[in-house]
Design a protein around this ligand. Sequence first.
Ligand code: DAH
Length: 334
Amino acid sequence: MKDLNKIEQEVIKSLDKSLKEGDVLEIKNYYLGRKSGVITYLLKSIKDLSDGDKKKFAPQIQSLKEKTEKMIENKLKELSMSDISFKDLTLPNKKIRHGSLHPLTIVERKIVDIFTAMNFSVVDGPEIESEWYNFDALNIPEFHPAREMWDTFWIKKDYKKKDSKKRENFLMRTHTSPVQVRFMEKHKPPFQIIAPGRVFRYEATDASHEVNFHQIEGLMIGESISMANFKYIVENFLKKFFGDDITFRMRPSYFPFTEPSVEIDIKLPNSDKWLEVMGAGMVHRNVLKSAGLNHEEWQGFAFGLGVERFAMLYYGIPDIRLFYAGDLRFNRQF
Ligand code: DAH
């Protein structure tokens, strides 16, 4: 008797927990399955009982079977009713929330697309860089005051490879310019490339400074590539990105790795403020030499721009730190 009660409680409990038709059918099979159902087995064993026991238990087993059948039937009905929204195809579905790209990804892709349309190839380089590629090869030797333009995260001072006497300092690259050198070492001009990537600066953060941000480096080398070629490319690029109605200017500047060097300013429509957007210039002969190119034979321009700065101007974002705050209310707007 006790066991029969226990079985009934079990059935009630497991039906309560079932959320799908499939669960209920499994329960049905477990208790009432024709071959090895628990209750089916009890029914089959009635014939082996003594006459007294038969009288006592047969009706109870029979009633357990009927109750169980009823409960299962009811549960199946209940599930099919609550399932109605999936059957009625005219009802509106649950709203699906789409993910979206991060604004920096959108802007980086937009810039990359404009340059690849002008036949530039996309290349990359390491974020942990040697002092040589980040500084020396770019005409910024040790103790050169220009090193102060880049606040640097150094990895480990005076690291020496086991079998070498050479000092090899490593750092988190402060700009994407080292990719220029790495590319020129391995490829014969003419070529035109861009190198997007993350860079790092040892700086206090504020609305316009972050310890890491993104740049896109550009490099075009050939026999007679000049500033005129650069002017054409950069004007095309800026107008495709910001719109045809911007004005832009090249302003003399200084970078150790270019000579002459310029900075590019733009003026957005309805504004009379010049905004600095990128640095550029003709690649310095010392840089070509460091990369193993003959500077009598090859020349060209390089440029570098900040992706965050472009994104801030493009979307009107006031604070660079928003890009890294991970606030979905910000991220979902793009
Ligand atoms: N590497 C420079 C920086 O991080 C940006 C830059 C300026 C890159 C001029 C260039 C260039 O290639 O020609 O400030």
